[in-house]
Design a binder for this molecule. Sequence first.
Ligand SMILES: [Zn+2]
Ligand SMILES: [Zn+2]
Length: 365
Amino acid sequence: MKISDICKLVEDFASSAYQESYDNARLICGNPQAEVLGVLITLDCTEEVIEEAVEKGCNLVIAHHPIVFKGLKSLTGANYVERTVIKAIQKNVAIYAVHTNLDNVYYGVSHNLATRLGLQNVRILQPKAHTLEKLVVFCPLSHSLQVREALHAAGAGQIGNYKNCSFRSKGLGTFQPNEQANPFIGQAGGGLEEVEEERIEVIYPAHLQAQVLAAMRAAHPYEEVAYYVHRLENYNQEVGSGAIGELENALPPVDFLQYVKNKLPVSVIRYTHTHKTQIRRVAVCGGSGAFLIHTARRQGADAYITADVKYHEFFDAEGEMMLLDIGHYESEVHTKELIYAYLSSKIRNIALCISEISTNPINYF
Ligand SMILES: [Zn+2]
Ligand SMILES: [Zn+2]
């Protein structure tokens, strides 16, 4: 397998189309055509991680956090970012980052955190809008099944736990071919044709548009296919930030703190008091999730677990909800296992390793 094949596999799970605009989730260095010898999975890519990759015989590091985030104007080794990239290039180790795209997919970082906490009925805390499109295509009855099958194979019509979803209605299509036409029905320069057609409607993730339209054109018998593409306002329940679910058994706040410590590798929790006596509904967001405090409250969370909360942001919980800051590293370190579990279900003959280095720069005294 080539490095590009592994990147493609990761993007099948967490499309790069779902990364935030400020992000840099991609192959950061390395030759995409190089053969993969082994893969090392880490939360952060540091010089020590590159050394670990070399020791373990891995020439691809998959990291959650992109080592190059803002762009590099020089490569002189002046800081840890430049030194890490230089070392990676010298040692022939490629670096690939799957970042906010992995935060934003349903089975991503926050779902994984929710699962580790034993939450049930997990939903996305803040679903994203404008990630779905609808295709309407008109097709003669004879080829309707063929066109629908091609659309579904290209990824259209998947909604939640349902696949092959479409809507069809019958009607009459009319057209008149000119002298240059090569019509499927009727003749060039012929008269007005009237054909019984089906209007087929399917929904698909917007980033699949090119492949869905290509599949439609390939399967459709007409020279000129009549179709519309609509960008939908709908919120996509499978793409967005954070996760929310319920504990099987509600816990008093103090017991909940201990519960979190038992479930996650956390030694210190910064938290706010709540006037609620029982914690049942819990929202989570791996990494810097203070931007979801209001959303978590609005969704009726009794507790919200995230990281990087600032002093004034703690006040925003207003006693309505327990706000827990467990640390950025602690809230995302399990992402290594998430990537490992996914890739090991797809790859058989390449060594996959989880980095044993704690890259957390923060210590607690
Ligand atoms: Zn993250
Ligand atoms: Zn993070």
